[in-house]
Design a protein around this ligand. Structure first.
Ligand SMILES: [Zn+2]
Length: 235
């Protein structure tokens, strides 16, 4: 019985490892997706800022041409000024010229503001482009690591599968069946647990003294009366 339990514990270790490796492998694709989506986020920010810059540039050109039109308008007014005959006409034309001048001056203020914003946006774009390059380098090596590790894990999984087949053949079929049922009852968790100082390691409950004493004999299969797992004496 002692030998059988030993093999069963080995099998259980393989099963536990298999579950762990499988869940690690499941995480791999999630990890890779996360890395890609972080990179895409930076890419999107760059695109957004580039479109902001495009709009600002267009706005700036619109202001520029408005200023030019106004300048031409005022040149024409200046010429007309020489031709006017009455003071009233003269005054009204002057007023018009002043109005256009002040309009241009406020447009020029807006142009300066626009240039400031263009500078800021260009700075953000340059910073993000830098970030993108650094991040994509980092992602590349991180991806390689993740994939390398996944490769090792896949190999380990294959080895575990083989070992499991070999070990299973050494266990009494009835015992193996019991092991699988108990494992199922504990949601794939431990089915064989050690006992130390009369305490079950599966549920941390004290065993009755008689059962604990019987464990020392190692002559038959014993179960924890509380969690119903297979128990063995921890050496
Ligand atoms: Zn127990």
């Amino acid at each position: 019985m002692k030998e059988q339990i030993k093999i069963l514990v080995k099998l259980q270790h393989l099963d536990t490892e298999t579950v762990r490796i499988k869940s690690t492998l499941n995480d791999v694709s999630k990890k890779l997706e996360n890395l890609d989506s972080s990179l895409k986020e930076i890419e999107q920010t760059i695109k957004d800022q580039e479109s902001v810059l495009g709009e600002l540039t267009k706005q700036y050109r619109d202001y520029e041409s408005e200023v030019k039109i106004n300048l031409v308008k005022n040149q024409n007014s200046q010429e007309k000024l020489r031709l006017v005959k009455t003071n009233k006409e003269y005054q009204s034309l002057l007023k018009e010229i002043e109005a256009v001048k002040s309009k241009n001056s406020s447009i020029e203020d807006k142009m300066i503001e626009c240039l400031d914003r263009m500078d800021e946006t260009e700075e953000i774009i340059a910073k993000k482009q830098d970030e993108y390059l650094q991040f994509s380098d980092r992602i590349k090596s991180e991806k390689e690591n993740i994939e390398h590790e996944a490769g090792i894990n896949k190999k380990k999984l294959d080895e575990h599968d083989m070992d499991r087949k070999n070990i299973s053949g050494l266990i009494d079929p009835q015992l193996l069946k019991k092991y699988l049922i108990i494992k199922e009852q504990h949601q794939g968790g431990l089915a064989v647990v050690p006992v130390k100082d009369a305490v079950c390691y599966g549920c941390n409950v004290n065993l009755p003294p008689q059962l604990y004493n019987e464990l020392f004999r190692c002559d038959s299969l014993k179960f924890c009366p509380n969690c119903h797992r297979i128990i063995y004496l921890k050496e």
